[in-house]
Structure formats: C-alpha cells, structure tokens
Write a protein that binds this ligand. Sequence first.
Ligand SMILES: Nc1ncnc2c1ncn2[C@@H]1O[C@H](COP(=O)(O)OP(=O)(O)OP(=O)(O)O)[C@@H](O)[C@H]1O
Ligand SMILES: Nc1ncnc2c1ncn2[C@@H]1O[C@H](COP(=O)(O)OP(=O)(O)OP(=O)(O)O)[C@@H](O)[C@H]1O
Ligand SMILES: [Mg+2]
Ligand SMILES: [Mg+2]
Lengths: 227, 227
Amino acid sequence: MLQFKQVSKYYQTGQIQQQALKHISEQIQTGEMIGLCGPSGSGKSTLLNICGLLDLSYQGELYFDGHKLDNDPQHCMILRRQQLGFVFQRFNLVPVMSAFENVEYPLMLNQVAIRERKQRVMQILDAVGMAEFAHSKPDRLSGGQQQRIAVARALVHKPRLVIADEPTASLDSHTAHQVVELMKDIGKSHQTTFVIATHDSRMSEHCSRLIQLQDGQILAKETATCV
Amino acid sequence: MLQFKQVSKYYQTGQIQQQALKHISEQIQTGEMIGLCGPSGSGKSTLLNICGLLDLSYQGELYFDGHKLDNDPQHCMILRRQQLGFVFQRFNLVPVMSAFENVEYPLMLNQVAIRERKQRVMQILDAVGMAEFAHSKPDRLSGGQQQRIAVARALVHKPRLVIADEPTASLDSHTAHQVVELMKDIGKSHQTTFVIATHDSRMSEHCSRLIQLQDGQILAKETATCV
Ligand SMILES: Nc1ncnc2c1ncn2[C@@H]1O[C@H](COP(=O)(O)OP(=O)(O)OP(=O)(O)O)[C@@H](O)[C@H]1O
Ligand SMILES: Nc1ncnc2c1ncn2[C@@H]1O[C@H](COP(=O)(O)OP(=O)(O)OP(=O)(O)O)[C@@H](O)[C@H]1O
Ligand SMILES: [Mg+2]
Ligand SMILES: [Mg+2]
C-alpha cells in the first residue's frame, strides 16, 4: 500500500548539505505493522515525515495504493486527513484545546456527526486510560499522558495508514501495553497499516516486520533488530 | 544530601484540586544514583521539579545538605546554577543557540574562563557522540540528538545533584549506553548524586536504589521495580 523508490533527502544548513536519507527503496503491504528501527540520527523521523505526506520535498518516488504521489500539496492534505494518522515524536498537541478536543479534531475534519464523535472520542480515550482527563489541556498533563492523547488522536478516525514516531517512549509498561494492544486491535479489525519508528522492544516485538536504518540507508534484512 | 519530609503538592485547575504528591518522605545520600519509577501520571516529574528547586510551591519540607530550604527564590536560583543539573522531559533547549552554546551556558553562569569552557564543552559533547553537531541549532537535530544535548548541558558544570527526567527515552541502545556510562563516570569521580525518573530498564538497572511512586505516594521498598 506504500512504496518508496530511490527516496533521498538532504537538509541544507548554510553551506553544508547533509544527506539524511540515501536511495531508500521498500514496499509495505496493507495490514503490516512495520517497526522502523535504527540509531539516533539515522533518519527515522525524516522517513516517517515523507511516508506521512508531511514532507513533500525529497528526491525519488513515493507510491500510495499504487498511485505515484505527485506532491500536489492540496491532494496530499486531503489524503492525510482522511487516510492517515500521525503520532509525532514531540506529540504536537494543540495547547488551547482540551484532550477531548484534540482527539475529536480528525473526526471533525472528516465531518463525523456530533453524537458519533463524542462516543468515539470517549471510547478511544478510555482505551488509552485517559477518559478522566478528557477536559484537561496538554499543559496540565504528564509526558506519558500527552503521548497517549497523541496516540488516540492518530487512531480515532480509523485511518488506513498510521505513522507513529516513538509512540511508547514516555510510557510505563502498563500504558505501553495498552497502546500496543489498541494498535493491534485496530490493525486486525480495520486492516490498518502501521509504520512505527521505535527504540522500544515492548513495541517492536509486536511488529510483523522490522526495517533497520543506519546513516540514512536500509540495512540488509537478516540483521534487522530494534534494540 | 537531599531529604523530603511530608512533601505534598496539589494542582488547582478551576474548581478541581488534584493531589499530585501525598506526604512524600525520603532521604537520599551523597553519591547515590536513585531510579524514580512509577506509572505515567504517578508524580515523577512533579517530584523532580521540587528536588530540582524549580517548583517552590508545595507543602512539607525539603533539606539540601542538611539545611532546610526556605524557598527564597534568589537563594534557590544560585543553588540551582552552581550545584544542580537538570535534564528536562521535553529537553527545553534554547532554540536560538547552537548545541555548543546550549551546553556552554551553565559554565558561563559559573564564570568559567573561555578556554576551559571550550575544552569542557567539546569533551562532553564527544562523550555523548554529538561533537560533530556542535554548531547545529536544536531544530536541526533529531529527538535523540536533542536529548543528548540536554544531558550534556546538565552535566558539564559537574553539579553536585543531577535531576534527570527520563534521560534515555528517545535513545537507541548504543547512545543510551553512552549516556549511562557518562553518568556513572561522573558519579564516581565527583560523588555526584543522581535522581532519575525513568521507565527504561537500560537506565534503572544501573541505579543504586529504586524508589517507586504510585498515585503520588512512595510504595514499600521491597516491591520497587522500574518496569
Ligand atoms: N501543571 C499541571 N497542572 C495540573 N495538573 C498537572 C500539572 N502537571 C502535572 N499534573 C498532573 O499531576 C499528575 C502527575 O504528573 P507528573 O507529570 O508528575 O507525572 P509523571 O509521573 O511524570 O508521568 P509521566 O511518566 O507520564 O511523565 C498527573 O496526573 C498530571 O495530570
Ligand atoms: N530540519 C533539519 N535540518 C537539518 N538537519 C536535520 C533536520 N532534521 C533532522 N536533521 C538531521 O538529519 C538526520 C536524521 O534525523 P532524524 O530526525 O530523521 O533522525 P532519527 O532517526 O529520527 O533520530 P532519533 O532516534 O534521535 O529521533 C540527523 O543527523 C539530524 O541531525
Ligand atoms: Mg526521531
Ligand atoms: Mg513525567
């Protein structure tokens, strides 16, 4: 459902050009839960931003459901709203909205009726153990509580592709387990595809396949490990 | 070197008062490396903010080197600059300063001469694998790279007490190991005391003692576990 062909990305800082991704080619099938692993700085977030159609400036080709993405910002924005969910490494919750409103937002963008929105938001907040904090703003929440709201927001509209950048980094074992179980349930019932950057074996051990990055390149499959 | 007596803290949000810490009493000796563990929302960051003299509004008493802290903001600020290092859960790097300048800052506050500053900053950046990024600003760095700069900044002035809020959450095994080794070296050579909130067994297994929080209270010692 997702395919990269020779995808490269460099960052320009003043005179210096840093190659963050180097000719990445890979295919990801519908329903797979991919663990994207690799050292700090190896290019995971960079690759996820491209997969999640947030970064449209790279070299090479990206195919979504067999169609080559033309990087038309309008088209990508519609795709993102309807078919993607993204858990950011820094959460990126909207500070002026409550936990409930943050999670409700993708449903509003997809024009879900108010009663169904309320039910689905409370259901997913409960699944991540955050129902009692529905009316709290992000600055009133702990690190792991904010992360769980970010996860709920990425999943609430049952997107076809979920991109998650270290979704369990701030979680203790119990809440990490809750998040992993939620992802697996949604994956099973909706054939959702997941691409998850992670250093956390509590997450990677549940992935159907691991892809390992090093210095912007994919390492040979046999050696892939997430720790 | 640090003692809490019946420390409590509540957050007021509108009409609701939430008790984040409930009568915490504990003693921490010089040179200990304490792992502070507990579920998401259990009060770890709240307790660290009090230990680190960042939060001066709580009930109960805090003793630093045997002296009861009078919560005089001026006095606490001087203590923080000279004797404390803090790794924040969200890093809190200064966006307009480079990695080098961020790490150099505690040395400037402590009036270290320019030549010695340069040497100490490059030495610690090297110890966390970030020497080649000395001139990068935080927004050019990956999550784990920013975390390592935050760790370097907390340690560079060889403080007597280091408070670290999940310092390895965003790190792969190799860089997590580098950070743990650096903390252990500094602990040995300078008798530094560490209080480290963590969900990460790669960090907690090196701690001399674990303290477990749950719902704002310290659990009985025998059951302490960091996972
Ligand atoms: N500024 C604040 N205002 C109101 N409530 C707060 C505030 N900061 C934290 N809380 C609440 O206090 C409780 C403890 O929060 P704290 O950040 O100390 O948890 P934590 O143990 O560090 O969690 P995590 O592992 O998720 O980082 C949480 O339930 C949180 O909702
Ligand atoms: N906006 C940017 N401008 C310049 N360089 C960048 C930018 N973002 C990332 N980089 C660089 O690109 C490389 C890859 O970064 P990326 O954030 O993808 O790493 P990562 O694998 O997600 O790391 P981590 O595990 O630490 O989050 C890093 O060396 C980083 O310094
Ligand atoms: Mg990253
Ligand atoms: Mg915390």
